[in-house]
Design a protein. Structure first.
Length: 547
């Protein structure tokens, strides 16, 4: 084989290499498992339909990766279903990212998906470094040609890339930052993996304001709607810049506990907040990708939403006090839908609001739905708890939503189902508002850093806050949260939630709680079951970690 591209196939795994700084001629060693599909055959053929075969998946991925490694954009794009975008991206791999040597190692396909490893040498301004990461591609059937093609998307080039992104090597778009916690301890993605995307966003937004100087890096350049560009993620540092110091609200000790806890449950997320200020003390996700589910997610939270519902019932005088009547029947019908309680819950027609809250009785809250009215519930969520008020936390976040549509979804909303969509950040804020009476928009960096305008809301009545806090105390000491909160010292309160998701056999686990006046936390574990079983232990450990 001549010097240039080398392709070796062993046990279904092949490696594509480009030698030296140039791109020479190459030979392809054919896989021993088949003839590579119909594209290698001569003569007229019928247009193929259906999912690509294993041979077609192997052939299309191999030829695409070979051309990419060879720096042959025209050929690489020919094996994709979006030739224009793929050609631009592969051209930029060499021209903009300054990659001079590429090794692509494909793994065993999982159906039409082919994982592969990338090892690329970047040379720029006399500096040379190697970056390595994993990616994947999917082979699909071309809609017009019937050919097996790589389903092109920027994430093929790098999994952190999105549509419109560009891979660039040069002077960094923003100086590096040295983010520090509220006590001055340095926060790094290596020590606190969940903070990786948070630190990237903080650098892109505040790097120019911290007094640092840029270095030379390979990074993902992202263009906003207004045409401005930022660094979405730094992949490689060829020459270090001078970091500027950036203060954050994070507590290193609470963050460490949050990181440890989410690793125990798949796809779990948790957020901790200081209720008197709205300062975020910790944010952690079990999945360490670019998507910060704890801040950006949006799913039904189940019965933890009863914190907001109970507040609305009290604020609007539907129930005069926590000791007011809130009967818990076996079932109740609202807007033609029948609602039930968790299996095994005995009905209690003489229950108070406090008792139905502590037991997490669905029917009690649904039964009061007609008197509350959906619009007043939605107004409580927006105008008192600040959901949907365009939060400016300092990083990308979703500030929750409670939508109404005139159907049974409106009744379901009062027990955290229907069209309610929130994340742990939102539920931690809801808890903080409920127990203090004041809405304080969550923040990750001090407001005076950029004088951004924070969202405002009325908060709840003082008497409502006192009663909801007491109901949460009862829930934590003798209600559904007692087992999870047993280890939490001092004054404490909590609420459990199990959110049903269509087509999902096991409910999502939700839990939120407070410890004294110093910390609130909320967590979710998709498919975790009862709130106290999975999300509960996460919250309890995070609450216990606070000084």
């Amino acid at each position: 084989m001549r010097k240039g591209v080398k392709v070796a196939i062993v046990g279904g795994v092949f490696t594509v290499m480009v030698g030296g700084a140039g791109y020479g001629a190459f030979n392809i060693v054919t896989a021993v498992t088949g003839d590579g599909g119909s594209s290698t055959q001569s003569g007229p053929q019928a247009r193929r339909t259906g999912p690509p075969s294993a041979d077609e998946v192997e052939e299309a991925s191999r030829k695409f990766l070979t051309a990419w490694a060879k720096n042959d954009p025209a050929t690489a794009s020919h094996y994709t279903n979006n030739a224009e975008d793929a050609s631009t991206a592969v051209s930029g791999w060499h021209d903009d990212a300054h990659v001079t040597h590429t090794v692509l190692t494909a793994g065993e396909p999982a159906g039409a998906k082919v994982p592969f490893k990338v090892k690329a040498t970047v040379s720029f301004d006399g500096k040379k470094r190697t970056m390595a990461y994993g990616s994947s591609l999917t082979v699909v059937r071309g809609r017009t040609t019937g050919r097996a093609l790589v389903d092109w998307e920027p994430a093929v080039l790098h999994p952190a890339m999105e549509k419109g992104d560009k891979l660039v090597t040069g002077e960094s778009a923003a100086p590096p930052i040295e983010a520090v916690d509220r006590g001055g301890a340095v926060l790094t993605a290596k020590k606190y993996p969940s903070l990786g995307p948070v630190l990237d966003q903080l650098r892109a937004k505040y790097g120019d304001e911290t007094g640092g100087s840029p270095g030379v890096e390979t990074y993902i350049e992202r263009t906003a709607a207004d045409g401005t560009t930022t660094t979405a993620k730094t992949l490689l540092t060829l020459r270090k810049g001078k970091p500027g110091k950036l203060p954050t609200t994070i507590s290193a000790s609470v963050q460490a506990a949050a990181e440890q806890q989410v690793n125990k449950y798949a796809k779990s997320s948790v957020v901790a907040i200081k209720p008197s200020t709205g300062e975020v003390l910790a944010v952690a996700n079990q999945e360490k990708g670019e998507f910060n589910a704890a801040f950006q997610g949006g799913t039904a939270p189940g019965s933890v939403m009863k914190i907001l519902t109970a507040s609305a019932l009290l604020d609007n005088g539907v129930v005069p006090s926590a000791s007011g009547a809130a009967p818990c029947p076996d079932s109740v019908v609202a807007l033609s839908q029948t609602f039930h309680n968790l299996k095994g819950m005995a009905p209690d027609e003489g229950a108070t609001l406090s008792q139905s809250f502590a037991r997490s009785c669905n029917t009690a809250f649904i039964k009061l739905y007609d008197d509350l009215k959906p619009q007043r519930f939605a107004d409580e969520a927006t105008n008192r708890f600040g959901l949907g008020k365009d939060w400016k936390t300092g990083i990308v976040s979703r500030d929750g939503s409670v939508d109404i549509d005139g159907t049974s979804n409106d009744a379901a909303a009062v027990i955290g189902q229907g069209l309610v969509k929130v994340n742990p950040l939102n539920m931690a804020s809801v808890t903080a508002t409920a127990i203090t009476g004041a809405f304080r928009q969550p923040i990750v960096v001090p407001q005076n850093l950029d004088n951004r305008r924070l969202a405002t809301a009325r908060g709840v009545a003082p008497a409502t806050a006192q009663q909801v806090k007491q109901m949460m105390r009862i829930t934590a000491t003798s209600g559904t949260a007692v087992n999870a909160m047993r280890s939490v010292p001092g004054d404490k309160g909590a609420k459990t939630g199990s959110a049903e998701v269509d087509g999902q056999g096991t409910a999502d686990s939700w839990f939120t709680g407070f410890r004294g006046d110093g910390i609130v936390a909320a967590a979710t574990v998709p498919r975790g079951g009862h709130g106290g079983d999975a999300a509960g232990p996460i919250v309890a450990a995070v609450l216990s970690s606070a000084p």
